[in-house]
Design a protein around this ligand. Structure first.
Ligand code: DC
Length: 219
């Protein structure tokens, strides 16, 4: 049982994933990218030639992913595409999809496995729904333009032919859907510390987060 839980939420391309990964490595904590779970569901539907906006299909595939879950599936590079991200955001509005993925996330938070000294989870509803008692809750955000520029650079570095304008449009659409849904919408928990990463380097973000963590956890 791990009480050392760090919840990191925030919108797309806010820098939360990079931060969570670096913190986990440096603290010896286990890390779960919960967005990858929703991406796995969305991607699997696209692979089957289905429609991520079809509620019944989304539930069926989410339950399938839960029943046959293997952490290695989250390493699939295809999950990182914008198509998988949009599909993830569509399946994520369905309450039964979220329910299917709930235990996986909570079990990881309680027992991140191996010699992990704690757990870091990043997503949209970690501080509000998945781990409401987490002693550390961070909400990482950044200006839209900055986030779009970062995501464009990342996609282009992987050889994808995208423009910043199209990335910005997709990102805004996804953020609006994630924030407006009825179940577990993206928002900072009341007791979350909000960090705007727009004008911070990854190293500055890391230092700031670590300072907060050290005040709350004995790490
Ligand atoms: O963090 P990400 O961009 O990989 O997430 C992809 C989508 O998954 C996101 O647009 C909404 C959904 N998601 C969610 O609803 N709840 C989470 N805890 C994580 C992701």
């Amino acid at each position: 049982m791990s009480a050392n839980i760090i919840a990191i939420d925030g919108p797309a391309a806010s820098g939360k994933g990079t931060l969570a990964r670096k913190l986990a490595e440096s603290l010896g904590f286990g890390y779960l990218d919960t967005g990858a779970l929703y991406r796995l569901v969305g991607y699997t539907i696209l692979e089957r030639g289905g429609d991520p906006a079809n509620t019944d299909e989304a539930i069926e595939v989410a339950e399938f992913c839960r029943d046959f879950f293997d952490v290695n599936l989250l390493q699939n590079k295809e999950l990182r595409s914008d198509e998988s991200g949009q599909a993830a955001s569509k399946v994520a509005v369905v309450p039964k999809v979220r329910e299917a993925l709930l235990d996986l996330q909570r079990n990881f938070a309680k027992a991140p496995g191996g010699k992990a000294k704690g757990a870091i989870l990043d997503g949209r509803d970690i501080g509000t729904v998945i781990c409401p008692d987490a002693p550390v809750k961070l909400y990482i955000t950044a200006r839209d333009e900055v986030r779009a520029a970062r995501r464009t650079k990342e996609l282009q570095s992987r050889g994808l032919d995208v423009t910043k304008a199209s990335v910005l449009k997709d990102m805004r659409e996804r953020d609006a859907r994630d924030a407006a849904r009825d179940t577990a919408p993206m928002k900072p928990a009341d007791d979350a510390i909000v960090i705007d990463s727009s004008d911070l380097s990854p190293a500055e973000m890391f230092d700031k987060a670590l300072e907060i963590i050290k005040e709350r956890l004995s790490v």
